[in-house]
Design a protein around this ligand. Sequence first.
Ligand code: HEC
Length: 450
Amino acid sequence: MQTSDHKRTVAHSVGGSGRAVLLTLAATIVAIVVVAGIYAQASPRSDETAFTLSGGYPIDVPGGVGAGDTGPGARSAYDVFSWQSFIALNSPTDGGMPGENGDNETLWSTWMEDFQVLVSDGQTPAPWGAPLRLPTACKTLTDGDGITRILTHASKVDGVVGLFDQAQAGPLIDQNGSYVRYEILINEPMYTYIRDNRLYNQAGLNAFGQIDFPSGSLDTSTVGAIMVKAAWKVMGAGDDPSRFHVSRAHVFNQQANTCAVETLGLVGFHISTKTVSAPQWIWSTFEHQGNAPDADAPGTGAHYSFFDPQCATKRPGPDCAPNALPPTPWNPQLPNQKPVQVERVTRIDATTAALNTKFQQLLRGVNAHSVWANYMLVGTQFPQLPDDPTDPQGRPFPQYLANTTIETFLQGRVPTVSSNCIGCHNRATATTSAKFSDFTYILSRVTAKY
Ligand code: HEC
């Protein structure tokens, strides 16, 4: 397919060795902006303070956190790591800075989709960079030229589905009645580990010992395993696509076996990175600023993708209860579905919010109209005590972290219920075995026996 080939012909720098990444990207950086002093205000490690807006992947947080360090310094160190990761992953496929020449196709979009790795026949996954295979229903579309993305997902039964249910919850429906779509991709070190160790079928998983994905190491300049989960909404009435990172995509509905070409805007973005300092991985989550207001300040007149300030007037009753699961049946094809009234339950931490302003300014320095400056870091969860033998979760900090578009229904601070990235992913196992899958849910969807 022309569309898929296009997607797969770009370079895969971020997934490769860290040294290569840094050299490749450093050569293409047009603007390097150095901002000193932000760490200096917040962190005792002020000798490592300067950070750059560059396309190089940060690899790890220098020095880790040190036992029990939950002060603003540790939080900021991991938040800076998150922002640097966001910038590296969203750099254009042809080099340069995010947004430099307008919206751009991103490096991470060239990674492997989970359904390409976990092929249902259990055979060796296609080589890194291989083109996507479209479902038949998508192949017949005539307006699919130049499309770089397909929202499909491996199903237990028959190949692909459009993935719309949130993890252990339900679908998120936007103000126009459209379902949010999710996509999961992994970088080359993670893909290579799965392929070389034959973790893509059950026989391989059972024969293998302890699953231990490669960790990013500053000592060897090596990027470790990275996985991303992206949330997309259809650009429709009331949306301004010039404010979003957008992508034309095939959206496949398994229930109806139909496929449509849509313009989607990025609304949520998880990045999970395994590093030497964080064997429980670093959990970064970003959102579009126009998603939803804070629960304690919902009254503004702004247009939100997932919140209607006039909801109570227009549709009095249970429809406007915040963060409530939509009524069943859940089927993206059904007409007139009720939007979910989303609010942010936990405010973004003040030091994180200040850092967001700084990085948004840097991105606007590259391009005053950068779509990337409309995204914000919600927070970074990291292990405070990564090596504590009594706590395999490494005491995650902050304890709870949620993205309003991905953990919409699990926001808040209720123990064992509310979203704790490490806590939930620590329960992930490889299919059939009770084998711990090293914090990824990808291997729980391996269906083929051998
Ligand atoms: C209640 C459990 C739960 C919580 C809390 C949770 N996740 Fe997940 N996550 C899942 C499941 C299940 C999947 C895979 C299937 C899916 O997406 O429905 C997943 C998928 C992912 C993926 C794609 C790779 C994979 O493991 O499949 C990333 C990246 C991710 N989550 C990051 C995060 C981040 C960051 C947070 C915290 C802000 C978080 N998750 C909170 C359950 C959870």
